[in-house]
Design a protein around this ligand. Structure first.
Ligand SMILES: Nc1ncnc2c1ncn2[C@@H]1O[C@H](COP(=O)(O)OP(=O)(O)OP(=O)(O)O)[C@@H](O)[C@H]1O
Length: 240
């Protein structure tokens, strides 16, 4: 079953003060089946993050279609979807993790993870238990659970980000360099979690500078250089 189909995706940015337009991505085409992991590779500035942000609708694309098979809405074009539909999908079906923590101010680490579960309808008790499990799993120091994350280290912020997104067991998970500032032990944890989610049917699209991290995780690779998708048979996908 195709979970995500990107057809002819294009996105340009207008830089007003320079009076110029940058074509960030053009004619992007790929598809991902349920439970598959698609890795996007390509050099810096080639448009990898723009693709993920277009899927999550942080950016509104200028051309093409992004057809997502939603549990709630059936097949839906994420470019045409209403704000209300996008908010629902972000709460319930589609997760996004980047290197940057962008969260409600004056909300503790524990509350952030709990709120993610409460907004998808979990009971307070389940949210409490699952939150503690997720924070322990990603080895967040218990002394930080009731602190505000603005003072957290880069790695702590990242682990919180990943905990918030994965605790919801999203149907589609978008990973934009989620292991950027993590140590080997934390990377292993993230990898294990990705494997677990895959087994549970989560579909993933991810970008990793650390190509070795992708080894054995990705089923397919989309190469920005050739604008083509290939199936990973064995080994490590090559950087373009
Ligand atoms: N919000 C924006 N406004 C203007 N230009 C942007 C914006 N976002 C991205 N771009 C431009 O679009 C192009 C693609 O950027 P993008 O971040 O998608 O690349 P990337 O492949 O993810 O890069 P990296 O690997 O360095 O993170 C770049 O030239 C970038 O400067």
């Amino acid at each position: 079953m195709t979970m995500l189909e990107v057809n002819g995706l294009g996105k340009a940015f207008t830089i007003h003060h320079l009076n110029k337009t940058i074509l960030a991505v053009d004619e992007i085409q790929f598809s991902v089946h349920a439970g598959e992991f698609l890795g996007i590779i390509g050099k810096s500035g080639s448009g990898k993050s723009t693709i993920l942000k277009s899927i999550y609708r942080t950016y509104l694309s200028d051309a093409g279609q992004i057809i997502y098979d939603s549990k709630q809405f059936g097949k839906i074009d994420l470019i045409q979807a209403s704000e209300r539909e996008i908010i629902f999908l972000r709460k319930n079906e589609i997760g996004y993790v980047s290197q940057f923590l962008n969260v409600m101010p004056r909300t503790t680490c524990r509350e952030l993870v709990q709120n993610a579960l409460l907004e998808m309808g979990e009971t307070k008790e389940t949210a409490r238990i699952e939150t503690e499990k997720a924070l322990s799993y990603f080895e967040m120091d218990e002394g930080l659970w009731d602190s505000y994350p603005n003072t957290f280290s880069g790695g702590e912020k990242l682990r919180l980000n990943i905990a918030m997104a994965t605790v919801k067991k999203p149907r589609l998970l978008l990973l934009d360099e989620p292991t950027a500032s993590l140590d080997q032990q934390s990377k292993r944890k993230v990898r294990e979690m990705i494997e677990k989610l895959k087994q549970q049917g989560t579909t993933l699209v991810g970008i990793f500078h650390d190509i070795e991290f992708m080894e054995g995780l990705c089923d397919k690779v989309f190469d920005m250089k050739s604008n083509e998708m290939s199936v990973v048979l064995e080994g490590v996908p090559h950087e373009s």
